[in-house]
Design a protein around this ligand. Structure first.
Ligand code: HXC
Length: 519
């Protein structure tokens, strides 16, 4: 080894130590792994190729030239995740808090551009203090990063993990990606922190403010919550397993040793006879899907709707189901946002959609109308209509009112519509409908027979209404339901339908630049 090689090895060794042993110890004491440890967990052993290790910031303001910022605060490169190439950057909090300066931004963009050029997914591991304050706004590094993310959006899968602070403008970077997973207790994300909020509005934030749980359960910014860094990386790998490398490929197919013609008798008794009783829709999805294949997206937010990635006979599929255990599965502002995002995500990456409908309609209320439920609800109609992947709607029980449009009704061009025998299909529930269309007869019944007479008449009229509308046959007769099946046949029918629609092709018509998504 000559002197130059020795010097190189020394430099490399020092850079691999990141911000130094004391900073690494601090990082560990907070329950966080380092940027390099995280990448080691993400990539298959020995596959990571690092770029830009020797990058150095060149600013001098506020003593920046005296600061040691190895790699300028971010580790970047590519490698294999379960055998497939993935690009990644990992912010290094031990190097000036992982703050983003000119060269940091350049490194982040470099891997993003390469990921787009090669058609491979991008993983961003965030643990940084935001824009580097000492550098001011000389170069808007972060806006270049946002720009790359927008270019990549819908072309390659983009995953953001929030594993520490992600403050200020930095928070927009995960927000532009497809799947955001936050780590409980160690992550924080906000545009303006508690101090600024107190100063400007006088509000006092509690300790949960901006936490991973806050964003997974309340704000809906994060799609998932991990208990620690290990689980976070595991979730990223699992998520990617459902996706193709880019939108021009089909999702990967996994071997499935289950019989594709298997009947699931348990499904016949899963929905209670009484339409006002709830049941476990997660159990239904698990019974229909391949064993251990269900991966929930947005599991802790807007829980009246369930959105899951799963597999059917080895092929990825997106399930969208009303959850009768939460507000009877009614649609509202947040569940509309959740559904339209999930539909758009699956459609972008050629993942077929299965809607499992048991929906009593949209939530009535002044709050919902003030919050713009019309424009939020419209997102579901837009996303469902615009989606060109195979779409299947299965009505398990209720299929009422505006909820029908949200759950991919006939007009949204589902490729197949299926009902279970207990399906009910009407503009609204029988009693509410009769109150309106038979108001005069009910008034007369009350005048003549009091409350008892009124109730008897309402039951008689409701029974008649239900006989006419609340069954699957009326729809089947006008061919807007194509099949009525026993619940136990669901898995085998879905597998056959998806198999036949695998080659579906739709021309985008009429030609246009893009539609105006209602937001
Ligand atoms: C430069 C920073 C920094 C920053 C922290 N550091 N934030 N350096 N720019 N934004 C440095 C610290 O000086 C310290 O340096 C090291 O990083 C670790 O920070 P600590 O404060 O010691 O760590 P901790 O106590 O864990 O607190 C972490 C923190 C806090 C919560 C993230 O540092 C913080 O609130 N920082 C500011 C966050 C913020 O407001 N960011 C928004 C920036 S503006 P030494 O040398 O001691 O190790 C922005 C706009 C972008 O992002 C616009 C885009 C369109």
């Amino acid at each position: 080894m000559n002197a130059k090689q020795e010097e190189f090895l020394k430099k490399r060794e020092k850079l691999l130590e990141m911000g130094g042993m004391d900073k690494i110890a601090k990082q560990h004491a907070k329950g966080k792994l380092t940027a390099r440890e995280r990448l080691d967990l993400l990539f298959d052993k020995g596959t990571f190729v690092e770029i830009g290790m020797f990058v150095k910031q060149r600013k001098t303001d506020f003593g920046l030239d005296k600061k040691y910022i190895p790699g300028d605060g971010v580790v970047a490169g590519y490698g294999k995740v379960n055998g497939r190439t993935v690009y990644a950057y990992s912010q290094d909090f031990t190097a000036l808090g992982g703050s983003i300066g000119e060269m940091t931004g350049e490194k982040m963009q470099r891997v993003m551009r390469a990921a787009i050029r090669t058609g491979c997914p991008l993983v961003a591991l965030n643990d940084g203090a935001g824009g580097r304050i000492q550098e001011g706004n000389d170069i808007p590094h972060l806006t270049f990063v946002f720009n790359q993310s927008v270019k990549a959006s819908g072309y390659i899968p983009q995953v953001a993990a929030v594993m520490g602070p992600c403050a200020g403008g930095c928070a927009y970077s995960p927000a532009l990606m497809d799947y955001i997973v936050s780590v409980d207790k160690t992550s924080t994300m906000f545009l303006t922190g508690p101090k600024v909020i107190k100063q400007v509005t006088g509000e006092v934030c509690d300790e949960n403010f901006g936490s991973g749980r806050f964003h997974a359960e309340i704000s809906g910014v994060s799609h998932d919550l991990a208990s620690d860094d290990y689980e976070c990386i595991e979730k990223i790998k699992q998520y990617l397993s459902y996706f193709p490398q880019n939108c021009q490929e089909m999702p990967p197919v996994y071997a499935c040793d289950q019989d594709p013609d298997e009947l699931i008798p348990e499904l016949n008794d899963i929905i209670p006879e009484s339409t006002s009783k709830s049941y476990d829709v997660y159990k239904i999805i698990k019974l229909i899907a391949d064993h251990d294949s269900v991966f929930e997206y947005y599991g802790k937010w807007a829980k009246n709707l369930v959105t899951c990635l799963a597999r059917l006979n080895g092929r990825p599929v997106g399930f969208i189901a009303n959850n009768t255990k939460v507000r009877a599965g009614v649609m509202d502002i947040d569940s509309s946002d959740k559904m339209s995002r999930f539909v758009t995500l699956c459609d972008a990456y050629n993942i077929p959609l299965v809607f499992l409908a048991d929906v009593p309609g949209f939530l009535p209320g002044i709050g919902q109308e003030k919050g713009g439920v019309i424009r939020h609800g419209a997102k579901t109609l837009y996303a469902n209509s615009a989606a060109t992947v195979p779409k299947i709607r299965l009505t398990m029980r209720k299929f009422y009112g505006g909820g029908t449009a949200a759950m991919c009704d006939w007009g949204h061009e589902p490729d197949t519509t299926i009902s279970w025998p207990g399906a009910e299909d009407a503009v609204m529930g029988a009693a509410g409908a009769c109150e309106i269309i038979h108001a005069a007869a009910l008034k007369k019944a009350r005048e003549e027979g009091g409350e008892e007479g009124y109730r008897a008449k309402l039951k008689e009229l409701s029974d008649d209404y239900e006989l006419q509308f609340n069954n699957p046959y009326r729809r089947a007769e006008i061919f807007s339901t194509e099949m009525i099946i026993m619940p136990e046949e669901t898995r085998k029918v879905l597998i056959k339908v998806l198999d036949s629609f695998y080659t579906k092709k739709v021309d985008n018509w009429p030609p246009k630049k893009h539609g105006i998504f209602p937001v």
